[in-house]
Design a protein around this ligand. Sequence first.
Ligand code: NAP
Length: 210
Amino acid sequence: MKVAILGAGSVGSTLGKAWARQGHTVIFGVREARSINVQVLLAEIGSQAQAHSLAEAVTQANVVALTVPWEAMPDVIAAVGDLDGKVLLDGTNPLMGNQLDAAVALAQSGGEQVAAWFPKAKVVKIFNQVGWETMADPHYGSDAATMFYAGDDAAAKQVAAQLAADIGFDPIDAGALSASRYLETLALFWGQLAYSQGMGRHLAWRLLRR
Ligand SMILES: NC(=O)c1ccc[n+]([C@@H]2O[C@H](COP(=O)([O-])OP(=O)(O)OC[C@H]3O[C@@H](n4cnc5c(N)ncnc54)[C@H](OP(=O)(O)O)[C@@H]3O)[C@@H](O)[C@H]2O)c1
């Protein structure tokens, strides 16, 4: 698959490295393609990665991963157009600094807000609920961490699930895009355990069923 990754920070670079290792082509959409950080990242990944402007990156892939801070969304919207027909993997959390963007999170969810910003894209909420360290390696002993995802387009959800499974997650369908609110709450709870409870960032979710 060809995946455009908007943002090459902790989450974007981690997903890019992991997907490239599995044979996918990654095209980072960044503000400064020539920056040292981006050049080091490209050198590390090798020929399966490129970096362009955000606008250029999204023209080159049918799957787009959103890995920028919530505050960056106005810039991203201005840069990338309507993402018509593209699968949009929303890894963001609606945080302003460390605080929930209450205007969004209490009224609906970040995932639904992203879909409202990109009504022609097929939005799937995913990769928001654990730290990047778990995205780098989802294995905890013999268990694979769960990655929940939510969306309204069945084919887009299959793409999301496949990309999660490819890098070692156990993907679980959490339902319609409106269920993003639960995935975003899970991210907050992850932060509560990691920081307030002092458990550290190497923790993840695992769904048990019988
Ligand atoms: N960190 C985690 O473990 C984690 C886990 C799950 C979900 N998330 C969510 O994932 C998203 C990214 O988090 P992160 O930790 O990867 O952030 P990060 O390390 O700070 O990276 C953010 C990326 O977004 C880019 N960016 C920032 N402002 C921008 C703008 N105005 N226009 C275009 N690009 C911009 C940055 O580019 P520059 O290098 O040019 O500044 C950088 O590439 C956030 O929504 C976060 O809530 C994070």
